[in-house]
Design a binder for this molecule. Structure first.
Ligand code: ASP
Length: 324
């Protein structure tokens, strides 16, 4: 009799609507990071997840699902149950550039996601190994043009921010380096520091500590104004390549169909994290740009993604040479 009763109780519990099972979240939330640990997407995700965990009263656990320029992890997120327990840290590549570069992309950045909010803007910096034979951007441009068949440029896979940014840079510089693919710019950075690759165009976040320590060289930041986190690094305009203006960003998404009350909890927790004095200081010190408040809301982020997909499809059709 007893086992039958508990079976019935279990069946009743499983049949109950989610709200009746306890308030969301009643278990850890997984945040998919579509790149290897140690890169900008991972660093930003870990900073905001730590604060969101406190607000939500449940751990936000990072799961690194790397591959195919971030599209493997984001496909997994798009196909996850829309119950608020799987979310993802996407970026300008996965939710902006990828559709133009992957004709068979398994997700639509606009239609398959419920936007949660922007975590941070991330300016792009042109960096090279510390003994690269060029003292400034002008010399760097001349060198990469003259020697590009001998140079290796590191990126995080077709469609990633680093891939897209350096595709633009290479086309402006007239360079055709060997493009070396990594599972994220964390591992790419290790090889740049040890001098196994020559240069990279990446999100500022994990470059700042290395530039400050002198383990890599920075030639320019692709912003209209200098970054407060790197006051000694000139802008591309100051350094002689004003046409190179790229900006990237990282933002949090849930699968489409996630209930509105869950999205609201996640979005409120994200805003609280980004606006928390301790968290925002960590992001700002790493060069994060927290000025786009509008995109911190689901609606604002939805608009940003739409405009980024349109923008990159135009730019990339014209500029991106195929990956070697
Ligand atoms: N910054 C990387 C990119 O190029 C990825 C990463 O965050 O590791 O898209």
């Amino acid at each position: 009799m007893k086992p039958l009763l508990s079976c019935l109780a279990l069946a009743a519990a499983l049949a109950a609507p989610p709200a009746a099972r306890g308030a969301y979240p009643d278990r850890p939330v997984t945040m998919i990071v579509p790149f290897a640990a140690g890169g900008p997407t991972d660093v930003i995700a870990r900073i905001v997840a730590e604060n969101m965990s406190r607000t939500l009263g449940q751990q936000v656990v990072i799961e690194n699902v790397a591959g195919a320029g971030g599209t493997t992890g984001i496909t997994r997120a798009a196909q996850a149950a829309p119950d608020g327990y799987t979310i993802a840290m996407g970026h300008m590549g996965t939710h902006g550039a990828a559709p133009a570069l992957y004709p068979d992309l398994k997700y639509d950045p606009v239609k398959d996601f419920a936007p949660i909010g922007l975590a941070a803007g991330t300016p792009i910096v042109i960096v090279a190994r510390k003994d690269f034979p060029a003292k400034d951007l002008k010399e760097f441009l001349a060198y990469v043009k003259a020697n590009s068949d001998k140079l290796n440029e590191a990126h995080a896979g077709v469609g990633s921010v680093s891939f897209t940014s350096c595709a633009l840079f290479n086309s402006l510089a007239g360079a055709r380096p060997t493009r070396v693919t990594y599972r994220g710019t964390g591992p790419a950075m290790n090889d740049l520091v040890s001098g196994q690759v020559d240069y990279m165009c990446d999100q500022i976040v994990n470059l700042v500590p290395q530039i400050q320590a002198g383990t890599i060289k920075a030639y320019a930041v692709a912003l209209p104004e200098r970054s407060p986190a790197l006051p000694d690094v000139p802008t591309t305009k100051e350094a002689g390549l004003p046409e190179f203006q790229v900006s990237a960003w990282n933002a949090v998404f849930a699968p489409r169909g996630t209930p509105p009350e869950i999205l609201k909890k996640l979005s409120d927790a994200l805003v609280k994290a980004v606006e928390d004095p301790g968290t925002s200081k960590r992001l700002l010190d790493l060069g994060g740009d927290l000025s786009n408040k509008a995109a911190r809301t689901p609606d604002g982020l939805g608009k940003l993604v739409e405009s980024e997909v349109a923008r990159w499809s135009k730019v990339l059709k014209a500029a991106a040479p195929p990956a070697k």
